[in-house]
Design a protein around this ligand. Sequence first.
Ligand SMILES: NC(=O)c1ccc[n+]([C@@H]2O[C@H](COP(=O)([O-])OP(=O)(O)OC[C@H]3O[C@@H](n4cnc5c(N)ncnc54)[C@H](O)[C@@H]3O)[C@@H](O)[C@H]2O)c1
Ligand SMILES: O=c1ccn([C@@H]2O[C@H](COP(=O)(O)OP(=O)(O)O[C@H]3O[C@H](CO)[C@H](O)[C@H](O)[C@H]3O)[C@@H](O)[C@H]2O)c(=O)[nH]1
Length: 329
Amino acid sequence: MTKPTILVTGGAGYIGSHAVLALHDAGWPVVVADNLSNGRREAIPEGVPLVEVNVGDSAAMADLFAAHPITAIMHFAGSIVVPDSVSDPHYYYGNNTVATHSLIGSAMKAGIKHILFSSTAATYGAPDTSPVDEDTPTRPINPYGWSKLMSEQMLRDIAATGAFNYGALRYFNVAGADPQGRSGQASKGATHLLKVACETAVGKRTHVDVFGTDYPTPDGTCVRDYIHVSDLASAHVLALEALMADPAESFTLNIGYGRGTSVLEMLDVLDEVNGTPIKRVMGERRAGDPPQLVASNRRLVERLGWTPRYADTATIIRSALEWERRLPS
Ligand SMILES: NC(=O)c1ccc[n+]([C@@H]2O[C@H](COP(=O)([O-])OP(=O)(O)OC[C@H]3O[C@@H](n4cnc5c(N)ncnc54)[C@H](O)[C@@H]3O)[C@@H](O)[C@H]2O)c1
Ligand SMILES: O=c1ccn([C@@H]2O[C@H](COP(=O)(O)OP(=O)(O)O[C@H]3O[C@H](CO)[C@H](O)[C@H](O)[C@H]3O)[C@@H](O)[C@H]2O)c(=O)[nH]1
């Protein structure tokens, strides 16, 4: 039986393209909506239509919904750099919250009944407890986190009217690349630790700055829950199936492994995988970094029966490094 068609917004980007691959591999028809502001056409598999559109453009989205038989939306499109959200919050609220508001309106007009939303651990801010479960108070410490929390709130309130059901997935630190080498993190000027470290390993940068060595953590550097992007993608497919199976259910779920790894531990494993140590420069703390962010994924596992396949830290790093080696400078 033919599966229903899924609209993936931001499907030309890093995470969205891995979700497109997961859906495509599992036989779901997919349409991508992306304005290519930070995405790559090459990231989309052959045969998957790309509609170049701003998801906040309601006229263009109405055309898209009229042209394609969309049943559900995975909404990845947005802006993602935390420091940029601090320097230009107006843009971030516009491209994340306002565009999401507009997309929700377009979806409702088109009769869409299921929406899966890319949220973030940044909605928790700097939590007092670890691991962080979904009932931990949400206290974002930057406009990026607020822009996502506000979108979650809109989805919750509108879903309560019965318009659609939704899943808000709060990702922890997404890392790695498609194990088959079909996609990976390709943004220029990336700021994420593993991307920066891999660029250093292949000679695109001279060193990695370690932002802070005096945190209250075992080795003094920040601890994060790094999750392989393909395990994240598989969680999306399960979440989509859950939304479609029970239209009365909506959920908010953390996506992480429940395992903390420090900056120095990540760099140690990278050195092992790479075979040559990369240069580290110990530096000052970066503004706004919580010391520790580790997910409780109990609800995710119970709710969706998710089984990660690529959790081993060396596996995550190897996939990212192999992808980086293949990317042109
Ligand atoms: N990367 C992470 O660690 C991380 C962590 C938590 C949450 N997220 C969320 O996951 C989602 C995807 O992140 P990513 O890392 O793949 O980022 P990305 O920048 O690689 O992908 C975002 C995609 O959305 C597109 N886009 C942006 N604004 C758009 C708009 N108005 N209309 C249409 N297309 C638009 C971009 O061109 C890009 O292809 C984002 O919503 C982000 O907030 C990412
Ligand atoms: O060059 C670098 C880059 C990062 N770090 C450190 O590495 C850790 C991870 O930093 P990233 O920039 O890779 O990721 P963040 O934890 O800041 O943020 C990411 O994960 C968050 C949730 O955990 C949000 O989802 C957010 O959107 C996403 O960018 C932090 O302690 C950071 O200080 C360095 O030491 N050097």
